[in-house]
Design a protein around this ligand. Structure first.
Ligand code: PMP
Length: 406
């Protein structure tokens, strides 16, 4: 049974006033709040276990190692990876993508091609631009139409021997649009030997992920957007692909044998986990997975779809409000502007005075903003603890902002 009151009671942060009004937290695409189970897991780690992992013979070190490896297994199951050593702990999506882009350097040569899409977050653009700078490879960008739909036909012409990587997100953080990754992956497999990286930062918190069915080479996401602490993230990579990659960071934990004559690297996953990891955070990420699975993906999706549909309906009732991107196939995010209001941040500031937290600006997707010829949008984004009443409050707040600004 999906009991929203029970869920909300697990998020103490929601039960507060901001600027004298009950907090309405609608900035979940930036970061979600954390349930007590995650906070307590993190606390318990520091209260009772804290020790460095993998190196210690002593009891606490062994306990810390066991707990972190258990979390790795939970994440493996969460995305249906074949092996737990295909799960690499990182700081987040950004680090995961940089890791792959850097590690691929020696496999890319001049005039090779990397394909991304118009709908990417800067963290799935810049690491590839930097890879192109290092290697002389070229970046190609799948275009989109005025509804934010990717024009994937270009792949029929672009994919080929030169294509080395196709990196796209499953859900756009700026518009919430769900991209046709099945089609993109199928075309890539058919027409090239390129790797496929899926940025799941905005899909992992909402969808059931199955990396084997998806048949991607890499799947990356951030813990903090799915109820886990900040500074946690995952790089999933297929075993055969990870085996072929050069390490990213060098240091402790990632070596097999280190001498001044040279170093050999540890096996997976440690080859990509140099240095002391965020042990407490990683264990708490395991607790976040438990939290989502206890609710169940079906319940999660029914509730979040209801929120999204209701939000779109209520907001579109406001004359002069424009929602960016097509409305049928999206998740978790509504991005909009009010006609006649110069900058989105004015709307955001007025909403904040009413206790409503939304994000305004370019959402680290400046090319999308340039496409629509705007500086930014107001973005409301949802999580499992949001309610229809909160959407009513948002809609009323936007109307009030409109009265004040237009
Ligand atoms: N990709 C997408 C689609 C995102 O939404 C975000 C976060 N807004 C990122 C990448 C980067 O995630 P992080 O800042 O957690 O590394």
């Amino acid at each position: 049974m999906f009991d929203i009151n029970n869920i909300r009671s697990q998020f103490p942060i929601l039960n507060q006033q901001v600027n004298g009004k009950p907090l309405v937290y609608l900035d979940n695409a930036a970061t979600s709040q954390k349930p007590l189970s995650v906070i307590k897991t993190w606390e318990k780690y520091y209260e009772t276990i804290n020790a460095n992992v993998h190196r210690g013979i002593h009891t606490l070190s062994q306990l810390a190692t066991e707990e972190m490896e258990l979390a790795r297994q939970k994440i493996q199951k969460f995305i249906n990876a074949k092996h737990d050593y295909e799960i690499i702990f990182t700081k987040g999506t950004t680090e995961s993508i940089n890791l792959v882009a850097y590690a691929l350097t020696n496999q890319i040569k001049k005039d090779d091609e990397i394909i991304i899409s118009y709908l990417e977050h800067h963290s799935n653009i810049v690491p590839w631009q930097m890879l192109c700078e290092r290697t002389g490879a070229k970046l190609r960008v799948i275009p989109m139409d005025e509804n934010g739909i990717l024009q994937t036909d270009v792949l029929d012409f672009w994919l080929g021997e030169k294509t080395k990587m196709v990196a796209v997100n499953q859900v756009s953080n700026a518009l919430g649009i769900v991209n046709p990754i099945e089609e993109i992956i199928a075309k890539t497999r058919k027409l090239s030997n390129a790797y496929v990286l899926i940025d799941g930062a905005q899909s992992a918190p909402h969808f059931k992920i199955d990396v084997q069915k998806m048949d991607c080479d890499f799947f990356v996401f951030s813990g903090h957007k799915m109820y886990a602490p900040m500074g946690t993230g995952i790089l999933y990579g297929k075993e055969s692909v990870l085996e072929n990659l050069h390490p990213f960071h060098g240091g402790g934990e990632m070596i097999d044998k280190c001498s001044f004559d040279g170093t050999t690297y540890a096996g997976l996953p440690f080859k990509f986990e140099a240095g002391t990891p965020n042990v407490g955070g990683n264990i708490a990420l395991g607790a976040a997975v438990d939290f989502i699975e206890k609710i169940g993906h079906d319940n999660l999706q029914i509730h979040e779809n209801e929120l999204l549909n209701y939000a779109q309906k209520k907001l579109l009732e406001i004359e002069g409000l424009y929602i960016y991107g097509e409305k049928a196939n999206r998740t978790g995010v509504v991005s909009f502007n009010l006609n006649g209001v110069g900058i989105a941040s004015d709307t955001g500031m007025i909403l904040d005075k009413m206790g409503i937290a939304v994000r305004t600006g370019h959402h680290c997707t400046q090319p999308i903003m340039d496409f629509f010829n705007i500086a930014g949008t107001v973005r409301a984004s949802f999580a499992v603890y949001n309610t229809l009443e909160e959407i009513d409050i948002l809609a009323e707040g936007v109307k009030k902002a409109q009265r004040m600004l237009v």
